[in-house]
Design a protein around this ligand. Structure first.
Ligand code: RBV
Length: 437
């Protein structure tokens, strides 16, 4: 037998055994993905397909990668955040002949180098969380010569490597926004399936997943008592909603800051305090951003904050809290716990920043629980299968998965949970369809 050797760069390959136990734990909570893995093993729908993936290297992502591999795919994986990699999991994937370029604590150059290495597999399919991989590929093909990603990517990549791409998938809201912008500019090169936009993704992962994991990250980083605290949540999309409801459940007084008047009104009638960031800055003990936008908390807000305010971000990029402004204002900065940095302002006030303003749930905790990632990553696996089925027949645009896939995943999940749902009788179904003019 010929052994295939895969190229990789991880922190420590000897962590593989520990990683294996983590991945088995994740799989044991991912019944839908387990069913798909078995089916993929049998049918080999991804045989000979090369996938370049840029995802958080977690135990759940490992379960997805092993599912794709079971279906016959060849995979190269890089991290989608410099701090979110679980090093033991990365090692375990390498021991399974998956090409991984990821370790916790990469610097920006290493981060983009790793993405370029994953892209150099000459992919048929791309899989992204935040669109850094897809954007790098577009910069190489369009020869845009802009930014650190192009600079590093162009040392390793060549536009010819990307002529066989059938399509790509995108996991998260921010990535979908970026790719839709590329499409609008007329620059999108291949079809993208916005996995984020599946109902069985965003209603569960974004809401219950982030709702729990962001709080988990804040608690692991600080060990504060949430009961009685004034918690300010910026953004009342699916992520903000999840965080707000969970913080309320822990006994916090929750204030929502929202720029969309309809969402602000919704938050108000759901019983939350609603305020501008200017107002909220003065009352908050803990601030959590979940907007997808830049400078949501900035200089004028830091100036108004109470002594001891704690800041965390749950959005994909580290742009929501204006960290560089905080750095400029501070007269002193020091790390006081693993994921807590103290900034002292000229007036002596202390502000604590968690996880450097990066995704607190993936940096200070383990990301979303496996149970919700089960549905997100089942959507990913089926999206890859769909890209192959439709190969050459989808024009470059951003697509959603069909409703039938959402329903299939929901049904499998309900079955695994042992929950029955109601079936309409023929008479009921006809009744609903009988309203005509
Ligand atoms: N996310 N992945 C995990 N445990 O692997 N946790 C969160 C995990 C994803 C989630 O789907 C979200 O859309 C994205 O991270 C934000 O980067």
């Amino acid at each position: 037998m010929v052994e295939t050797v895969v190229e990789f760069k991880v922190k420590d390959p000897s962590l593989a055994e520990k990683g294996q136990r983590q991945v088995e734990w994740a799989f044991s909570h991912m019944p839908v993905l387990r069913i798909l893995k078995e089916k993929f093993s049998k049918d080999q729908p991804l045989k000979g397909v090369r996938i370049a993936a840029c995802m958080h290297v977690t135990k759940e992502t490992a379960a997805l990668m092993l599912t794709l591999k079971a279906g016959g795919a060849e995979i190269a994986l890089s991290a989608s955040n410099p701090l979110s990699t679980q090093d033991d999991v990365a090692a375990y994937l390498v021991s399974n002949k998956i090409s991984v370029f990821a370790w916790k604590g990469m610097n920006p150059r290493e981060y983009y180098w790793a993405i370029a290495k994953a892209a150099s597999i000459k992919p048929h399919v791309t899989m992204d969380d935040g669109a850094d991989l897809t954007v790098m590929i577009h910069k190489i093909v369009h020869e845009s010569s802009e930014g650190i990603d192009w600079e590093i990517g162009s040392e390793i990549l060549d536009k010819k490597m990307f002529k066989d791409i059938y399509g790509g998938t995108e996991e998260t809201t921010t990535g979908v926004i970026r790719l839709k912008a590329l499409y609008k500019e007329g620059k999108l090169l291949f079809p993208i399936i916005a996995v984020n936009d599946s109902l069985t993704k965003f209603m569960f992962d974004n809401r219950f997943g982030t709702g729990q994991s962001a709080i988990d990250g804040i608690l692991r980083a600080t060990n504060i008592l949430l009961a009685g605290k004034n918690v300010v949540v910026a953004g009342y999309g699916w992520v903000g909603r999840g965080i707000a409801w969970r913080a309320r459940g822990m006994g916090s007084r929750v204030t929502i800051v929202e720029a969309d008047p309809i969402k602000a009104l919704e938050a108000y009638y759901e019983g939350f305090n609603v305020a501008s960031m200017d107002e909220a800055a003065e009352i908050g003990d803990v601030f959590i951003t979940a907007t997808g936008n830049i400078d949501v908390i900035r200089k004028e807000h830091f100036e108004k904050m109470k002594d001891g305010a704690i800041l965390a971000n749950a959005g994909h990029f580290n742009v929501e809290i204006a960290v560089s402004q905080l750095e400029e204002m501070a007269v002193e900065k020091k790390k006081i716990r693993e994921h807590v940095s103290l900034y002292v302002l000229p007036n002596g006030k202390k502000i604590y920043l968690l996880a450097e303003g990066r995704l607190v749930n993936l940096v200070a905790a383990e990301g979303h629980p496996s149970e919700v990632m089960d549905m997100s990553f089942s959507n990913q696996a089926l999206a890859v299968k769909l890209i192959l089925k439709k190969k050459g027949r989808l024009r470059p645009a951003v697509y959603r998965l069909p409703r039938s896939i959402d329903e299939r995943i929901a049904k499998l999940k309900l079955k695994a949970l042992g929950v029955s749902y109601e079936k309409l009788t023929e008479k009921q179904r006809k009744y609903l369809e009988s309203w005509k003019v």
